[in-house]
Structures are given as C-alpha cells and as structure tokens.
Design a binder for this molecule. Sequence first.
Ligand code: GLU
Length: 488
Amino acid sequence: MRVRVAPSPTGDPHVGTAYQALVNLAFARSRGGVFVLRIEDTDRARSSLESEAAILDALRWLGLDWDEGPYRQSERLDLHRSEVDRLLAAGSAYRCFCTRERLDEMRRENRARQRFPGYDRRCRGLSSEESARRAAAGEEHVVRVAMPTEGECVMQDLLRGEIRREWELIDDQVILKADGYPTYHLACTVDDHAMGISHVIRGEEWINSLPKHLRLYQALGYEPPTFCHLPLLRNNDANRSKLSKRRNPTSITWFRDAGFLPQALLNFLGLIVSSRAEGEEKFSFDQLADGFRFEDISLGGPVFDLDKLRWLNARYLREDHDAAGLADLVREWSMGRERLAAIAALAQPRLETLGDWGRLTNFLFVDAPEVERAKLAVKGLEEAQVAEVLQFMLWTLEREQEFTADVIQGHFRRLSEALGLSLRDLTRPFYVAMSGQTASLPLFQSMEILGPDLVRARTRRAIDALGGISGKRTKKLQKRFEAVRAAS
Ligand code: GLU
C-alpha cells in the first residue's frame, strides 16, 4: 500500500495540503503502507523553490514526515515525454497546432452558440504524416489526449461509490504544453503509476478530472489505483464557502507565527478528518492512525472553525506543559535569539528604561493587536479609499517572495507615487494595522520581523475593520491594481 501527497509549490503552504497529508499518512500508518511526497512543479511560471521549501518546512513542523521523496516532477520530464510519445504513436493523443487567436475565437463561438465549451477537436483529424511534418518543421504545438466521444465513463470513488459521466462532455485535455512541459493531468497519472501509488487520496476539486485520468490510465496500459476525493475545507460563514485566504488564514506558517502548537493544529485537522462525534476530542496522531477508517470521513463540507482550534490549542498549552515547559515554549516562539536581537535593535534608540520594553514591542509578540477603526483614518481619504490602499499593498505583498525591510520600503515608495499619495499618508494606516498605534517602531523593519503571514493577516483585519470590500468591488479594484502595477 503506497500513498502520496502532491502539492504544487505555487504559494504559501496551505492547510488543505496538511489535511490531505494527514489523511494519507494516517491511512499509511494504519496499514503499514508507505507515504510519498511529490512536488508537482511543472507549471514553470507559477512554481518557486521558496514555496517548495516552505511546504517542506511546514509539513515537518507538523510532524507529517514522508517516508519517500520529495520527488520533483520537473526532474522526471524524460519519462513524461516518452509516455506522451507512446500515446501519440498509438493514436490516443494528437498534436494540436491551433493558435491562441483561433482558440479565442472558438471559445467565443462556443459561448455564442451555447456549445460544449471545450476544444472543437479540429486538429484531431490531421493525418499522422501531416502532423509529424509540421512538428518537424518546428511549428509550435501542444499535445492533446483524444477522449472517447460516446458512451459513459464509470468511476469509483472510495467515499462516493460509483460516479458516471458522459464521455462526450469531457474535453480533449492538453497533456503536453508548447514549452515541452507536461500538464498536471499527464504528469500526475504517469508518476502515480511509476511510483506504485495504490491509493490516490486528494481534494474534491479533482473529481471532475477523474475521467481524463482514467482515460490516460487506459491508453497507457496502466492499472488504475483506488481513488478517494476528500471534501474541501469550508469557511465558517453563512454559505460555507470554500476555505480561502480572503476570509481565513490558510497558510500553515501563519498558524506557527500566530502561536498555535503543531500538535493542536494536527489534532484539529484530525477532528475534521474523522467525525467520531462522541468521545475525547483531544487525541494524538497515533491515536488517529490506530482508529483510521474511511467510513468516518463525512462528505458534508468540514468547517474550519478557528475558535475550536483556539480552544484545542488552549488545552494543549494547559494539559501538556508545566509552567517551566510553557516558559520554554514561549521563549522559543517569541524570543528566538535572532528575532529578539532584531527587535532589540529597533527598540534601543527609543528605550529610557527596560520598563519601556513591553509597551514598545508588545505588538511583535501577539498574534494580532487590537485595531480601532478611527485610528485607521487618513486625512483627505474616505474610509473606503483607505481600505483600497490597504488592499493594493496586500496584493503587492502577496506576490513578494523576498520579505525584507528594503524590499517592502520599495513597494511603499512605488505605490505612493503611483497613487499620488505621500509616503506618510500611505504608511499611516499600516502603522495602525501592524501595531494598533499611529506611531510605533519603524514600520518596514517591524514588518520584516513579523513576517509575511502575520503582516498579511493584520492587513486583512484592518480592511475588515474598515467595513471590508465587496466581491464586486474587489474585481474592479483588481483591474485598477493591474493597471497601476503596469504603470509603476
Ligand atoms: N498538484 C495537485 C494539487 O496541488 C495535486 C492533485 C493530486 O493530488 O492529484 O492540488
């Protein structure tokens, strides 16, 4: 029995990844199986080594250690390409030479005539001679899998049982991109087979892709594994929307930086996995693995309830540590030597006695400071405009991998110029968002010390304190943001 978790290194280490890793690992441990970690980095534009390193760190911090790997898909391209060649030779896949313009036009037509939104399969009719000749002449192309056009795809999911889909509604998916890199669908299928994965346990968002994967299994002559699609985590809001960083912290590093214990977060995710309603809610990973059963996973979208997590965390703090142990934990979390030295350097010019220390630096030792709405005001701007400015900076920082004071300062300078605001006006609401105060330790250095997750969470809280920004408004703003970015 072999299972895997296969995160894409395209952003923060997401709690959804931890949740999937936990289920896979618990299942593996309960059956003496092997847990593999695979990094799915074939999206060259979006993958980064920083993100990969953060994912590995986060999984280790949680104790979700892998038995094998990490494997990187980008190091396995030869295998992916030779499998694509095999599909081409067998006629199960074909080269597509359609240009972007043609595809755009086709999409418009599909919409206008309310036709099937996928590719219209024009290149599927090319003879293999013509296809080979054009490829040899260097004409740019992708490779698509040829899906069956009639009958039904019958799938089995461990939690849902049988699922049926009409083949004709499934697109001829691109499996090899023009840059010679495989898409997720191809790389994942080839690697799951090559790595001997017996159970593919992953997020529900992939269930619609299962027909494509099954077709690839069949065309490549592979025996398909057992599939299990886990329900997505949900926000604790009225419409139970999909967990998103807009509403909730979703980055595992945020939980660490905000002072949660890995055992508590793991336990909390375990509660989500297994809906054993009665009995003790505090349990260890080993206890979870011992009693692991797929039947306990409920399909109703599990809610990510931060209050519940805090409650559980409090129990760990009280029940698993004596006062001396707690003191060690606090020291380790808040006063790691390096972090403390950086804070001391900022505070030093502003201290008259050691007794000033607490007042000055307090905001660097809490998960979030209290923020008063009135303090966020900027003269000459309406509240909604302040919220938008905060949002602009949030988007800028979300893309920033190098989170140093200098880099952050550069962003503030550029944004203030682009928006025609003074640097002072731009930084003012950020002082409040970060520290709760209109004046405090130097802003950019403080942001560096807080780190990306806390900075973003605090910025989001300030936006909420100002009344938030509606979804519709966000769309419009995004357009303006892209324009401002392009111009600066
Ligand atoms: N790379 C995919 C993701 O991050 C993995 C999906 C899968 O497990 O098959 O969602």
